[in-house]
Design a protein around this ligand. Structure first.
Ligand SMILES: [Zn+2]
Length: 443
């Protein structure tokens, strides 16, 4: 994980009393905040470590590190583990690790059929996950469900003062700077102010597209951990790409970077006899119209491979039970995804291209996907850099909560609760003298 910690436009919470406290530019305070972020990221990457090891990784002096770790222990960001004897010097060492028992990040993913929410601890582990199927798939019904789920999650975290922030993601085009879903064609949403709809939370609420959230999660917690440039290609009910370039998540001029619904796969990708539906743009060779879960399912239904109201999962099941037409359809979809992957690899030359979405319900076709990519690539061996998601179970919680996890590991001091929170907080005596005494919101 080699991230540019200079911030990237997530940190605006319109209509809210609570803003992320921006790191001051220049000066000692700014340096200390950056050093704290470095220590937090080192511990996320290394796991439990001795201070000497953190010093080696971050290049910080022993004196700085002692002050920073003392502050982080007080704020329950890290904790000391049991003494370890021995080592090179023979002296006892006290390793430290991220404290996974106190602070929580909330994630909410608003999907086509259900809203999935949950809690992450500071190390990115999913500690709570809960999905609610939409009772009424209307805008107001879905938003009311999301609000209720959010309230439940705050309680599950142990109360509002345990929550560092909420990340909310959904498909379609989302503008993180305004906190607005600009357009979500499958839900029929236009200009939905998601941040204000969730209501005052008392902590930062960040919003982005599910694909960009997953790209961040892959970078912090998944397959792209050791890279600075990666492309996350999501092919499910929606299609899209999350672009992490040189340590920064690219959003583009209109927050539309990675919108590849109408990426042309070329006319030779078309089977003239296939009963595919036209894209809503009128063409037939668009990525979304050929390779999304909904498009593949529509083909399977109209070809009579599955029943008219069958789910995508039942198409996969049909293939597993040996139905050759179902298998052909799913293999062809994987090959079409390979063509899209080849275009992105040629264009951006990332360290890795990480795949996600319903596409991975058929991992048996990953080889076909890589071969199709290799046939299209200028340098065929770049197809070896195509890997499946590393997020595993709980990926929707990780993908949404990673918006706030990213903000935290960019500037932990700016995300931590005010020092004056009072009862129940660890003593902060002397905090002011080490440079960490400033309460959030005092800027
Ligand atoms: Zn199209």
């Amino acid at each position: 994980m080699n991230l540019d910690a200079s911030g990237d436009g997530h940190a605006i919470v319109p209509g809210h009393a609570h803003r992320l406290d921006p790191a001051p530019v220049g000066g000692l305070e700014s340096l200390r905040r950056r050093n704290t972020a470095q220590v937090a990221r080192a511990l996320l990457q290394l796991g439990a470590s001795a201070r000497a090891e953190i010093a080696r990784t971050t290049g910080l002096s022993a004196t700085s590190l002692t002050k920073i770790t003392a502050y982080m222990i007080r704020m329950r960001v890290i904790r000391e583990l049991a003494v370890v004897m021995g080592g090179d010097t023979g002296r006892p060492r006290v390793p430290v690790a991220l404290d996974t028992s106190h602070h929580r990040f909330i994630g909410l993913h608003i999907g086509l059929r259900r809203t999935t929410g949950g809690l992450l601890d500071l190390a990115g582990n999913v500690v709570v996950e809960h999905a609610v199927t939409h009772r009424r798939p209307t805008r107001s019904g879905i938003l009311a469900e999301a609000r209720d789920l959010h309230t439940e999650l705050v309680a599950a975290a142990g109360g509002a003062d345990r929550v560092l922030g909420t990340g909310i993601v959904t498909g379609g085009r989302v503008d993180p700077a305004r906190g607005v879903v600009v357009e979500h064609p499958l839900l029929g949403w236009r200009d939905v102010p998601l941040v204000t709809e969730i209501g005052p939370a008392g902590h930062p609420v960040l919003v982005d597209s599910s694909v960009r959230g997953l790209a961040l999660a892959e970078t912090y917690l998944g397959a792209a951990r050791d890279t600075s440039s990666s492309v996350f290609l999501f092919i499910g009910n929606i299609v899209g790409a999350g672009l992490m370039i040189d340590g920064r998540l690219r959003k583009g001029h209109d927050a539309a970077a990675g919108t590849i619904d109408h990426l042309s796969l070329g006319t030779d990708a078309l089977d003239a006899d296939a009963p595919g539906e036209r894209c809503r743009c009128g063409r037939r060779d668009c990525l979304a119209a050929l390779a999304s879960d909904v498009a593949v399912l529509a083909r399977a239904r109209s070809a009579g491979i599955v029943r008219p109201h069958a789910s995508f999962e039942s198409l996969v099941k049909k293939s597993r039970t040996g139905d050759p037409a179902a298998t052909d359809l799913l293999r062809t979809r994987a090959e079409l995804a390979g063509v899209a992957a080849a275009t992105l690899l040629d264009l951006l030359d990332p360290d890795l291209l990480v795949l996600g979405g319903g596409l991975l319900q058929t991992p048996e076709h990953l080889g076909a996907l890589r071969s199709a990519a290799a046939r299209r690539l200028t340098r065929p061996d770049a197809a070896d850099r195509i890997v499946p998601t590393g997020l595993g179970a709980g990926s929707l919680v990780r993908g949404s909560a990673s918006l706030v996890l990213h903000a935290f590991f960019t500037d932990p001091v700016g995300m931590l609760p005010a020092h004056s929170a009072g009862a129940g907080r660890p003593s902060l005596t002397g905090a002011a003298s080490d440079g960490y005494g400033r309460a959030r919101g005092s800027a």
